[in-house]
Design a protein around this ligand. Structure first.
Ligand code: IPM
Ligand code: SF4
Length: 469
């Protein structure tokens, strides 16, 4: 056992404000992110108890789940309108900064935190949202919390949490060309299941992780929760530092140099030990496609749906195949889609859109396929437009939308109809996730782009070399 510490232990130990045997620790929260869905009752609780928000300056709110992405002026759903209006009033009353749906900093909460530099190494970050693990890409300890905990953090800037166990997910070697961060995290969950991370905070390590861009690291950390983990993170390094330089909420000049030293010292020590270590060989990872109704029901695009005879969880597989309208042992490349969604907090950042556009360029969306691109934030949208990427998508027949969660979940107007089949760059393929009776296949932006053009799944590496196009 080494004497060194993991980044997880380093952050935890500097944030414990109170600790008692057999009880959860009370930890200090450095950054609280708020959205319209999980906050109304929390603010109501404050009002009922006549309490204030303890640190409005460490709290930041945005609207993302309910916002219309086709036309900001038209909010059809009553509940959506009420949730957004309630957030606006609450932020005004409690003095919290809000990026509403017309604000230039608006976007999916897990896209704008990093974009603004609110997400920094060493911070404890919470949000009433399960995919808060995304922020772990920066070496932050970032948890999704429930609405009663949102109220607790608003009132006290602290949170009760039991000390997590640590897990090292070590990705050996480099990813093959044409294989992305999304394929990697899907392959990890396919290999280890939807519960492997239970009770743990995962640190992703190894060459393949080090080589990822910050956006790729966010994609990986985003889906930690789909592997059952409480959070996922990556030790800060030069890539982290360079991403943060010059961001709005990041200090400048001498203060930045000071911060850099602090951040880099948080990386896990070489002799740190973990409660558990899992390994995966990056070279073995292919472009992935989910075939079923949870994020471990995933196979390489060259593969097939499972054969009932080969699996132990026969009932589960049978039910998933039935919901998905698929046969057992069906080649993945034979599956035809009628919807394509490029977006969500997993894959809606600038490089995701650039990579998809590079594939789309010069091609047309297959007839009968409805394809939409939804940038993760207003700023991503603007940057993409400056690069002319919107035009590439529009020329091909994609719809180019305003930022928001959109078709990731059926909480706004962007819904896949019952029986519809969607290649989606999001993170959840549960029954009804994209609309009642809708079928979701999780893929990378590149694979989604290919599916839009071909109308069925195909290995993006074959598409790029023109073998099958
Ligand atoms: C609406 C919100 C509470 C939910 C979450 O916590 O994850 C949503 O973001 C999701 O992805 O399902
Ligand atoms: S994009 Fe999807 S997964 Fe991410 S916060 Fe929004 S609804 Fe949740």
């Amino acid at each position: 056992m080494g004497k060194g510490k993991t980044v997880i232990e380093k952050i935890w130990e500097t944030h414990v404000v109170h600790s008692e045997p057999e009880k959860p620790d009370l930890i200090y929260i450095d950054q609280h992110l708020v959205h319209e869905v999980t906050s109304p009752q929390a603010f109501e609780g404050l009002r009922l108890n006549n309490r204030k928000v303890r640190r409005p300056d460490l709290t930041y709110a945005t609207m993302d789940h309910n916002v219309p992405t086709a036309n900001r002026e038209v909010i059809k759903d009553e509940i959506s309108r009420t949730q957004m209006e309630t957030l606006r009033r609450n932020c005004e009353e409690f003095g919290i900064e809000l990026a509403d749906m017309h604000h230039p900093d608006q976007g999916i909460v897990h896209v704008i935190g990093p974009q603004l530099g609110l997400t920094q190494p060493g911070r404890t970050i919470v949000c009433g949202d399960s995919h808060t693990s995304t922020h772990g890409a920066f070496g932050a300890l970032a948890f999704g919390i429930g609405t009663s905990e949102v109220e607790h953090v608003l009132a006290t800037q602290t949170l009760m949490q039991s000390r997590p166990k640590t897990m090292n997910v070590k990705v050996n070697g480099d990813l093959p060309a044409g294989v992305t961060a999304k394929d990697l995290i899907l392959a990890i969950i396919a290999k280890f299941g939807v519960k492997f991370g239970t009770g743990h905070v995962i640190e992703y390590t190894g060459e393949a992780i080090r080589s990822l861009s910050m956006e790729g690291r966010m994609t990986v950390c985003n889906m930690s929760i789909e592997g059952g983990a409480r959070a996922g993170l990556i030790s800060p390094d030069e890539t982290t530092v360079e991403f943060l330089r010059g961001r709005e909420y990041v200090p400048e000049g001498e203060a930045f140099e000071q911060k850099t030293k602090e951040w880099l010292s948080l990386a896990s020590d070489r002799d740190a030990s973990y409660d558990m270590t899992l390994e995966i060989d990056a070279q073995e990872v292919e472009p992935q496609v989910s075939w079923g109704t949870n994020p471990s029901m995933v196979v390489p695009v060259s593969g097939h749906t499972p054969s009932i005879d080969d699996v132990e969880n026969k009932d589960e597989v049978r039910r998933a195949l039935e919901y998905m309208g698929l046969q057992e042992n069906q080649p993945i490349t034979s599956i035809e889609v009628d919807h394509v969604f490029i977006g969500s907090c997993t894959n809606s950042r600038l490089p995701d859109l650039v990579n998809a556009a590079n594939i789309v360029k010069g091609h047309k969306v297959k007839q009968g396929v409805r394809a939409i691109v939804v940038p993760g934030s207003f700023s991503v949208k603007l940057q993409a437009e400056e690069l002319g990427i919107d035009q590439v998508f529009k020329d091909a027949g994609f719809e180019w939308r305003e930022s928001g969660c959109s078709m990731c979940l059926a909480m706004n107007d962007d819904v896949v109809p019952a029986g519809g089949r969607c290649a989606s760059t999001s993170n959840r393929n549960f029954e009804g996730r994209q609309g009642s009776g809708a079928r979701t296949h999780l893929v990378s932006p590149e694979m989604a782009a290919v599916a839009a053009i071909e109308g069925n799944f195909m290995d993006v590496r074959k598409f790029q070399t023109g073998v099958l196009s």
